[in-house]
Design a protein around this ligand. Structure first.
Ligand SMILES: C[S@@+](CC[C@H](N)C(=O)[O-])C[C@H]1O[C@@H](n2cnc3c(N)ncnc32)[C@H](O)[C@@H]1O
Length: 278
């Protein structure tokens, strides 16, 4: 292990910045363990897994605190050392990684990063795109995939209502969104707060549900930006969100299918409204 740190330091000319950590009791490892356990709404630092997500976060302005790589992740370690010459790099043995992550998904490379300012509802007004509201969507994979889709199709942001997430700096969500949770405002709010925002901003709301009678292509004639609201995996849209709707649309489906995945629905609706507008 010490050899690995010395080899990187020699190769990258960064002695003293690369350190091998051989024990889960080392203060550096304990700090990672504390960050993994932190359930605060406003953590000071948070974890980003995998090189691709780390680079996406950095491209979105996230500041790295420190980088970590398994002794066996040679390529990633050298790239980290070259691309982030000022960020401390720690090399962890497999046993240390196993102890740190325990039952949670293990990461062979990860970063601790400084928490950015928490996005607010008013941040959604800075951009002219549609707003995606996920009402009671609780599967992190679905929230992440919808966030990625929303970014790709120019949405102004995503609002999470009753998602069960304390913070969007959740490592599972960062992974599921491919680091794009930092590229657009992803805001947690109560239904009441969101209803207040919609009324203040005078935003029309398109509620999507498989049972609606109007087909989605009617969305092409709506000229203003919209809130596109989508329901949760089990119960669909809540009565509170359904009551906010000014438009109701369904995507026609084959008769054997009960519903589409929420991120697929978000993608089709955003695309129809953005590119199909007459
Ligand atoms: C997996 S579905 C939820 C199914 C749930 N049992 C229900 O009753 O809505 C998640 C969300 O995607 C949207 N959705 C799924 N299929 C749709 C379709 N064919 N047309 C419009 N929206 C749809 C709805 O907003 C729905 O609440």
């Amino acid at each position: 292990m010490r050899m690995a740190a010395e080899a990187i330091a020699a190769e990258t000319g960064a002695p003293g910045r690369v350190q091998s950590i051989d024990s889960a009791r080392h203060p550096v490892a304990r700090r990672v363990a504390d960050t993994l356990r932190n359930r605060s709404q406003k953590p000071r630092v948070f974890i980003i897994d995998d090189r691709e997500n780390i680079e996406q976060a950095v491209a979105c302005g996230i500041r790295l605190d420190s980088l970590y790589a398994a002794a066996s992740a040679a390529e990633d370690r050298f790239i980290f050392a070259a691309d982030h010459p000022r960020t401390p790099l720690y090399i962890l043995g497999d046993a240390v990684i196993g102890r740190l992550f325990g039952e949670q998904k293990r990461a062979r490379v990860f970063a601790l990063a400084h928490s950015p300012r928490r996005p607010r509802l008013r941040d959604l007004s800075r951009n002219s795109g549609d707003v995606i509201a996920l009402d009671g969507v609780r599967l992190i994979g679905n929230i992440g995939a919808t966030t990625r889709t929303a970014c790709g199709l120019g949405a102004a942001g995503v609002v999470l209502l009753e998602s069960g997430l304390r913070t969007v700096l959740d490592r599972r969500l960062i992974r599921a969104s491919r680091g794009l949770v930092f590229a657009t405002p992803v805001v947690t709010a109560t239904r009441e707060e969101f209803a207040g925002f919609v009324h203040r901003e005078g935003l029309p709301v398109a509620a999507l549900s498989a049972g609606a009678t109007e087909p989605l292509n009617a969305i092409r004639s709506v000229q203003e930006r919209l809130v596109i609201s989508l329901g949760g995996e089990r119960d669909g849209l809540s009565p509170e969100m359904a009551a906010l709707a000014t438009h109701r649309y369904a995507i026609p489906m084959a008769s054997r299918v009960e519903s589409l995945n929420v991120s697929v629905t978000a993608g089709i609706a955003l695309y129809e409204h953005r590119y199909g507008r007459r």
